[in-house]
Design a protein around this ligand. Sequence first.
Ligand SMILES: Nc1ncnc2c1ncn2[C@@H]1O[C@H](COP(=O)(O)OP(=O)(O)OP(=O)(O)O)[C@@H](O)[C@H]1O
Ligand SMILES: [Mg+2]
Length: 327
Amino acid sequence: MIAVKHLGKRYGEVIAIDDVSFTVDKGEVLAFLGPNGAGKTTTMRILTCFMPATSGTALISGYDIFEDPMEIKRRIGYLPETPPLYPEMTVTEYLSFVAKIKGLSKSDQTTGLALSLEKTGLGDVSNRLIGNLSKGYRQRVGLAQALIHNPDVLILDEPTVGLDPRQIIEIRELIKGLAGEHTIILSTHILPEATAVSQKVVIINRGRIVAVDSQEQLSSHVRKSEKIALRLRRGGAETPQKLNAIEGVLRVTPQSVSGDSESSYLVESNLGEDIREQLSKTVVESGWGLLEMKPLVLSLEEVFLQLTTEEQGVAEATPENKTQLAQ
Ligand SMILES: Nc1ncnc2c1ncn2[C@@H]1O[C@H](COP(=O)(O)OP(=O)(O)OP(=O)(O)O)[C@@H](O)[C@H]1O
Ligand SMILES: [Mg+2]
């Protein structure tokens, strides 16, 4: 549906994005995740044909951004970082105005208005002035203007920025409801947002893609071994040695536990090797009393920090910037 191929953009000396490539399947939601200045808006502006790329290209529904910008604009709805809303217009007046300037026929204007009001849940406030709406509702109007021509693709630049937690959830739900019928790319610097709404995550940092994958695969991308947390009722002195003898086990590290009757271990094995069956067999046969066996997966936040800090060897993941990135 969308194929981005080696996109590059320079502003004079500044390289805003460099060799950006990824694909999005029909009906999928892709989260474009990166810190400030990573190149998210630049990429989105190129895809919506608001700005030309310096190198590379992109195909949307088979149309090329350089060769067929008109066809592309017809198929894309764009919610910019700051939606161009007119506070002195009512919701209906504004959406009708957008439908007209997008060149829709009279009947398409009418159906487009009804459909976009319905999809964004704006029916009840359609006659209110935009300037009097809450920020969350104004963002819905931004989404409605992107939807007015019923585009196949929606490009949403930080759609939940500046909203309160309840409004964030509402907008995310709305976006999830639009997936399937529409193919969606949304940008965010909020890590939980990427997992909450998307099937696929592209992490961009300083203009370059550092990872493209599902959350699970992203975490295997940066981990060096498989890790299993093991909790036993009656582990003994011989336990680490016996666990270590299991084929594929690299390391067994005893963990501190609060209760004195239980014991806990971190068991590491080769990447891609599943030792759970053998591990549970050993535990049961030894009569240690299996309480818990849990594969440890890096959270997206940990993956993101590793990918965006490791490459340049910049800023270690301190508790402060970790919280900052999570917000
Ligand atoms: N018009 C411009 N002229 C010069 N440099 C620019 C221009 N627009 C963007 N840049 C630079 O390009 C880089 C990417 O910017 P971009 O706005 O695409 O990032 P972003 O990921 O959207 O960031 P944010 O999260 O802050 O919105 C930044 O280094 C930015 O300073
Ligand atoms: Mg931006």
